[in-house]
Write a protein of this length. Structure first.
Length: 649
């Protein structure tokens, strides 16, 4: 039976625009998941969205859209982004999924029945952006210790999770099981900042807003969003559902990957919940560093293009994946700059890898008519290259197992660079001038193409598109799994070698930097224009009214039985409308859009209790409703013929 591997990213807040930093966890996990699949493991890769809570509700409200519609739209954009970046997840969970909601309620109930959740009074400081409660002493200068933003004093009756009960077990877990939380620096952080000073029970319900999952036995309470979110890792596998076969197969998780700011939730609160539920703990929690843009996690772009879609459209998806996987020392923070991005693209992808492929394929075409010649290693250079090719896979595998992702790529590029050096050492262009050295030339080219084959195969999990293009150029099918195919000497003699298109076009860094700067400014300008537009909309919005205010209106369906122009007016039409009770004379300013005959016999919505006025010298006893999108007005009509006088509410 295949060994299983369950890997997760955090579930994403569908609240903002996705920038390069947000793609970091997903791309890294994708490379790991693809690598493990190719190692023959049965992989389950989970990602998704964390859609509940006050923060999302607030952002949705600000954008003036119904919360569910808002998150649907955001999720759609996120899924498209993951597709664009080639993220090979096995499941995308949404916390608004019916099955998830049901399972969360069952989990909450189980913890309550066990006595690990109890009801009491809460008084504390709440940070809405982080969805976190803090005690007065935990706040820093009266602000959230995580993000430095304002906190609000909150007082309410709520449910608590007995986190304190698990303190000793959690200390033991982190101290005595060093594999559980990585990198090591995070262990000290958790022990010194949270566990040793003492854990307090955790408030796990709220009553101040509604956008979330109800406590199943107390409808006024919404389950704390982090309880809802963390449990996704088991509800996605069907825990507490009618079909928990995936849970039985894949739990415990082999790797929970996340950014360092949410390690506390994953290495303290999450294991405590699992302990309370009596289910095994994840094998590893890994808190990677941040991609910094300037000195902030997500600062303004300042000329840096941080939109993954723009970057991948302009420079290819694999250029973006490569940058994310290669540039930041895994576990630490790294600063994004356009310059570093372009330099990586030019130096590694274009010069090293792209050149190796194009030079090697060109020489096979030039010297051997595009058919791979037979070669045998016989020089010092050949043997050194072969040794490096043969040991590549083990080195990469060891690095991936230890989550040293940039190092894994470094190993691959060491071989690429070694092969480029091999060309300089063997000088095939000189060999081809001497007919007696034809076998040597054949060996050199065979070895180069064979190196490209192994590099292409090992590169598949990291840069799938590029790797497939390399393999296609040398007539090798991309394999599903690693095997003998990562050892040298497997290339089939006589294979067709094509000099395909350049893998990556070399960019003129200075020109590109200028272009990127211009683009960033345009994006900034558009954003400002959008903001102004939004603010205008908010300004123009009318004040809220109560249902009693609305109730003062009398709205009825009317049928237009006569229509004509109002003399001496270009704007006004005069209608006779049957509103059930009687025929009314009504004047509307729609003459620029409708001819009188177009309005005849239409059913419309009429405000019938409006005080009569005289318009253009004609009595108007009510108002017909029209919709206006700024480009002209249209009537609002019932979806089927209905009796005049029918009420509208
Ligand atoms: O935290 N650099 O969601 P999220 C590196 N919903 N990683 C970054 C980053 C950056 N600049 N910006 C974001 C949440 N990320 C919760 C998780 S899990 C039960 C609930 C990473 O959308 C971040 O560290 O704020 C995290 O791993 C992921 O993007 C989602 O962040």
């Amino acid at each position: 039976m295949k060994e299983k591997f369950y890997i997760t990213t955090p579930i994403y807040y569908p609240s903002g625009k996705w920038h390069l930093g947000t793609c970091y966890t997903t791309v890294v996990c994708d490379a790991i998941a693809r690598f493990k699949r190719m190692c023959g493991m049965d992989v389950f890769y989970l990602t998704g969205t964390d859609e509940h809570g006050q923060k999302i509700e607030k952002v949705a409200k600000e954008s003036g859209i119904d919360t569910k519609l808002f998150v649907d739209k955001q999720v759609d954009t996120l899924v498209k982004l993951w597709q664009r970046l080639g993220i090979s997840y096995d499941k995308f969970i949404r916390t608004t999924d019916k099955e998830h909601k049901k399972a969360v309620q069952k989990i909450f109930d189980k913890l309550y029945q066990k006595g690990d959740i109890y009801k009491s009074q809460y008084e504390g400081w709440y940070c809405t952006p982080c969805e976190s409660f803090w005690t007065k002493t935990q706040t820093v200068d009266g602000k959230c210790p995580d993000c430095g933003r304002e906190v609000e004093l909150t007082k309410e009756s709520c449910y608590f999770f007995r986190l304190s009960k698990y303190q000793d077990r959690l200390i033991d877990l982190i101290q005595n099981n060093p594999e559980f939380l990585q990198p090591k620096s995070r262990q000290n952080e958790m022990l010194n900042n949270f566990l040793r000073p003492g854990l307090q029970d955790l408030a796990v319900s709220r009553t101040s807003f509604k956008w979330g999952i109800n406590v199943p036995f107390d409808n006024d309470h919404i389950i704390y969003v982090w309880i809802d979110a963390l449990t996704n890792y088991i509800t996605a596998l069907g825990y507490m559902s009618d079909d928990d076969s995936l849970f039985k197969k894949f739990w415990p998780a082999d790797l929970h990957m996340m950014g360092k700011e949410i390690v506390r939730f994953h290495s303290i609160i999450w294991p405590a919940i699992l302990m309370a539920l009596d289910i095994p703990l994840p094998k590893k929690v890994y808190g990677h560093g941040w991609m910094l843009l300037g000195s902030d996690k997500i600062s303004k772009s300042k000329g840096n293009i941080i939109d993954p879609v723009i970057l991948s459209d302009r420079y290819s998806v694999d250029a973006v994946r490569y940058y994310l996987l290669r540039e930041i020392p895994f576990g630490s923070d790294g600063i994004y700059t356009n310059n570093a991005f372009l330099s990586r693209l030019n130096a590694d992808l274009c010069n090293s890898l792209g050149n190796l492929l194009s030079r090697s394929c060109a020489m096979v075409n030039q010297y051997f008519g595009g058919l791979l010649p037979k070669g045998e290693a016989n020089t010092e250079f050949d043997n050194d290259l072969l040794e490096k090719v043969n040991s590549l896979f083990e080195k990469v595998q060891k690095n991936v197992d230890e989550l040293l992702i940039p190092e894994a790529l470094q190993e691959i590029f060491n071989v690429v660079n070694r092969a480029n050096k091999y060309i300089d050492e063997t000088q095939p262009w000189l060999l081809q001038k001497d007919p007696s050295r034809k076998d040597e030339l054949a060996t050199v080219l065979y070895n180069l193409i064979d190196t490209l084959r192994v590099v292409g195969i090992v590169l598949l999990p990291f840069l799938p598109n590029t790797a497939k293009r390399i393999l296609a150029d040398i007539s090798v099918d991309a394999p599903k799994e690693f095997g003998d195919n990562v050892k040298a000497g497997q290339c089939v003699v006589g294979s067709k070698i094509t000099k395909g298109e350049l893998l990556f076009a070399r960019v003129n860094v200075n020109k590109e930097l200028e272009a990127m700067d211009k683009l960033a400014k345009e994006i900034e300008k558009e954003k400002t224009a959008d903001k102004v537009e939004k603010e205008k909309k908010v300004e123009n919005a009318k004040a809220e009214i109560t249902i009693d205010d609305f109730d003062k209106l009398e709205l009825k369906v009317g049928k237009i039985i006569a229509a004509k122009k109002v003399e001496k007016s270009k704007k006004l039409l005069h209608f006779t409308v049957d509103t059930g009770d009687r025929e009314r004379s009504i004047v509307s300013g729609v003459a620029k859009t409708y001819k009188p005959e177009e309005m005849l016999s239409k059913q419309v919505v009429v405000v019938t209790n409006l005080k009569p006025v005289t318009l253009g010298g004609v009595l108007s006893e009510g108002m017909i409703l029209f919709a206006d999108d700024g480009d002209g007005v249209v009537t609002i009509e019932p979806s089927k013929e209905i009796k005049p006088g029918s009420t509208v509410s």
